[in-house]
Design a protein around this ligand. Structure first.
Ligand code: SAH
Ligand code: SF4
Ligand code: F3S
Length: 470
């Protein structure tokens, strides 16, 4: 058994990593043929992509997927720790699984992802959730097959969570959820330590994949017919810093843009490492989508300082306008936290005025959530939850009004859309524009997932656009 420890998880040093190649043990390959699995994914794109690796590892073991967890022989929760409600949802699901296990004694239940890295979660599982067969951390996800097998063979709870990042694993199998768009990890971990955030503890130090491995993966995806790649990292702008003297995110973007892939996206960018070279490259290559997610978190320099974000309101705005001025037609989206400890009404009003100035195309807004072990957890907080909810509501009214106004400006315009499929009602197709707007549209011609078509926008809603293929 290995339990995580925050003090260790916080450590950063310059040691180098072994790069190992995933290999499934012959003795486990197809051993579980006939058994069914269900993976429930919480959290960010990183987790979604990890789940694509998880599914492929499980299928290599012989498991096949089911749509309803009630039909599964193995249920795995790939969890997220970012806010309390993500945490509560996973524990709610564990509660339901407890009941299921009463009827299905052989059900295998596992938990992995960011919550596994929290010592309090592991302690709770050890004490009160004895029916959970295994817990696996983010740093050793590649050991999933052997840990499942061990849990089954020994019939004993397995908790294998390492506090420190280990080897960098290449060659994990993958079953992609989408057949025309793919996620590609470029950097793992985060060294920013924003004071509210748990990710640097759950995902470890920033570690870049080698550029050759990334380029190879993108070339394979092109061969397989993928039309869009999203380069993933908690902070993609830090790409290369731990690995190369003079090769960074701007260079990587440029090298990928020179490949024959129609659409490149990347996320997330911390404003801190956003270089002029990156902005120039994004503006120069038409296959790098003019869509940047640039989380601001707050419009008050005082709060930004308390958050440890390393930029001020003014320097954020300077970067924002530089990107807008250099990349034609770029859309910028953001994340905002309200109710950070010590946020006064006047700080909040600064966030509101920044939102009015930036006119974001999309914004994910959250109420601050205390994460155990982070520095912000110890800050004095005099604002009531009711006041915070009120701020969130006022903010949402403004951002939603702006989304609708910006979408209205697109009525009558023709946008390029990557077709993903038919919408729930089946009478419409859906896909995303270059600027990452969701578009539902009709077409007289039959279209396939992966087609890139021109769509005239007929009507705008707050979160989507309707149109017709022209
Ligand atoms: N690496 C990304 C953020 C990943 S987390 C970045 O820095 O841009 C996604 C968003 O969750 C953050 O941008 C932040 O707005 C929000 N978030 C993170 N920790 C939070 C917390 N403790 N409470 C509320 N929101 C939080
Ligand atoms: Fe969290 Fe900040 Fe790292 Fe983003 S940059 S993952 S908010 S610590
Ligand atoms: Fe959540 Fe971990 Fe992603 S905390 S947001 S799943 S990196």
């Amino acid at each position: 058994m290995h339990l995580p420890d925050y003090l260790e998880a916080r450590t950063r040093d310059k040691r180098s990593y072994n790069r190992i190649h995933f290999q499934l043990d012959d003795s486990i390959e197809k051993k579980y043929t006939g058994k069914k699995y269900f993976v429930k994914t919480y959290g960010c794109q990183m987790n979604e992509h990890d789940s694509e690796n998880i599914c492929a590892m499980l299928e290599a073991m012989g498991f096949s997927p089911v749509d309803d967890y009630l039909d599964a022989d193995l249920v795995l929760l790939n969890t997220c720790s970012i806010r309390e409600n993500a945490h509560n949802k996973a524990f709610g699901m564990l509660g339901r699984l407890k009941h299921l296990k009463v009827q299905k004694k052989d059900l295998i239940i596992g938990l992995c992802g960011c919550m596994a890295q929290e010592k309090s979660v592991c302690d709770e599982i050890l004490k009160d959730y004895k029916f959970v067969n295994f817990v696996l951390g983010t740093h050793n996800l590649y050991q999933l097959p052997e840990i499942i097998d061990k849990a089954v063979e020994e019939d004993k709870q397995q908790i294998e969570v390492f506090s420190r990042e280990g080897d960098l694993v290449e060659g994990l199998p993958v079953i992609r959820a989408n057949s025309c768009k793919a996620y590609v990890n470029i950097i793992y971990g985060c060294d920013k330590f924003c004071t509210y955030c748990i990710v640097p503890y759950t995902r470890g130090r920033e570690r870049s994949r080698k550029k050759e491995d990334i380029l190879e993966e993108v070339k394979e995806l092109i061969k397989d017919g993928y039309k869009e790649v999203t380069l993933l990292g908690q902070n993609v702008n830090a790409y290369g810093k731990d690995l190369y003297e003079d090769y960074n995110m701007g260079d990587l973007l440029e090298d990928i843009a020179k490949l024959d892939i129609p659409r490149i996206r990347f996320m997330t960018s911390h404003p801190w490492d956003f270089t002029d070279k990156m902005i120039e490259v994004i503006g120069k290559y038409p296959n790098i989508m003019p869509s940047v997610h640039l989380p601001v978190q707050s419009g008050s320099s005082r709060i930004l300082k308390l958050m440890g974000r390393r930029y001020t309101r003014e320097s954020y705005l300077e970067l924002f306008h530089k990107i807008k001025d250099t990349v034609p037609g770029v859309c910028i989206s953001t994340d905002i936290i309200v109710g950070f400890p010590g946020e006064e009404e006047e700080d909040f009003l600064e966030t509101m005025s920044l939102v009015e100035e930036c006119q974001f195309d999309n914004a994910f807004t959250f109420i601050f959530s205390q994460r155990e072990g982070t520095p912000a957890c110890k800050l004095k907080d005099n604002t009531t939850l009711k006041e915070k909810e009120d701020r969130l509501q006022r903010l949402n009214e403004v951002v939603n009004r702006i989304f609708l106004e910006k979408n209205k400006q697109l009525e009558g315009k023709v946008l390029k859309v990557l077709v993903e499929g038919t919408s729930e009602k089946k009478d419409m197709y859906f896909g995303y524009s270059e600027t990452n707007k969701l578009i539902n549209f009709t077409s007289e011609k039959d279209l396939l997932c992966g087609d890139i078509v021109s769509v005239e926008i007929t009507s705008a809603k707050t979160w989507s656009l309707d149109g017709k293929c022209v």
